[in-house]
Design a protein around this ligand. Structure first.
Ligand code: ZN
Length: 272
């Protein structure tokens, strides 16, 4: 009795696939051995492999401030100096002083990274978190402070960056606020705008050596520095810096690179 058609078809397809498998096996066996050494155990990739030392001007962060300062930070600090990292403009969205929208949003009319905030704050938050994470890994006594709301209109509210900085700076903590500067021609470039309520110390000096140095009384002395905040302008939010941050394929590596540069400068400052 002839086999029904569907069984015959199954037989044929089974033979075809078996032939394909044996051809594959033969091809594999014919390949020359690629490497006769035992395979090295897989190492996790170092996260900052693609982060070179800072140059001047820097290919990633752009130029240093076009208005340089001449102060020196000489006061010594304890190796276990408590460091508090804040994100600039974290409590002043939808009001004056909300930070730069960046070139991509303001000029190229691209969508903001997060509709609730200016792009500067979005990146300030990313770098802040990474600085705290990497700093703790390095053994620094470092923590972050983030206000409970994106808009706090009364700057005397005890939860604002300014109010927290005033209290913490008075008890000897080092306050660093992460910022990105406006795009050219409005921005100045990267650098530290140091605190003006205390003597400048070796951590200020280390950050200024790495990123650049604004005048101590930039714009007549800003609200943050009067309350003990060192404002770190990473760079103008434009060009290569903004492009790499916005590119999902390069974002994490770029944030990690920027944060590791901050952490290295802090670690040198406290003598580690
Ligand atoms: Zn800012």
């Amino acid at each position: 009795m002839p086999l029904p058609g569907w069984i015959r078809r199954r037989r044929i397809s089974l033979t075809v696939s078996l032939t394909a498998v044996s051809l594959l096996v033969l091809a594999k066996a014919a390949e020359p051995p690629r490497n006769w050494l035992p395979e090295a155990p897989k190492q996790p990739k170092p996260v900052v492999a693609s982060c070179p030392a800072i140059a001047n001007p820097d290919p990633l962060m752009g130029p240093r401030t076009r208005l340089p300062g001449s102060w020196r930070g000489l006061a010594p600090v304890r190796r276990d100096l408590p460091i508090v990292v804040m994100a600039g403009h974290a409590d002043s969205q939808n009001m004056d002083g909300s930070g730069t929208p960046g070139y991509a949003v303001d000029v190229l009319k691209q969508n903001p990274m997060d509709a609730r905030m200016r792009d500067e704050l979005y990146w300030n938050f990313k770098v802040q978190q990474k600085v705290v994470e990497l700093g703790q890994q390095q053994g620094l006594r470092i923590s972050g402070y983030t206000p409970p709301a994106l808009t706090i209109r009364n700057h005397r509210d005890p939860a604002t960056n300014w109010a927290q900085a005033k209290v913490r700076s008075a008890r000897g903590e080092y306050i660093l606020e992460i910022h990105f500067d406006a795009y050219s021609p409005y921005g100045f470039g990267s650098g530290l705008i140091p605190a003006i309520n205390r003597q400048l110390n070796v951590v200020d000096e280390s950050l200024a050596n790495a990123f650049g140095r604004f005048p101590r009384t930039f714009r007549g002395g800003l609200g943050g520095p009067r309350r003990g905040i060192g404002i770190l302008e990473i760079g103008m939010l434009q060009g290569e810096l903004e492009t790499r941050l916005r590119d999902p394929a390069q974002r994490d590596a770029t944030v990690t690179c920027l944060a590791s540069r901050v952490v290295n400068a802090l670690a040198r400052g406290v003598g580690r």
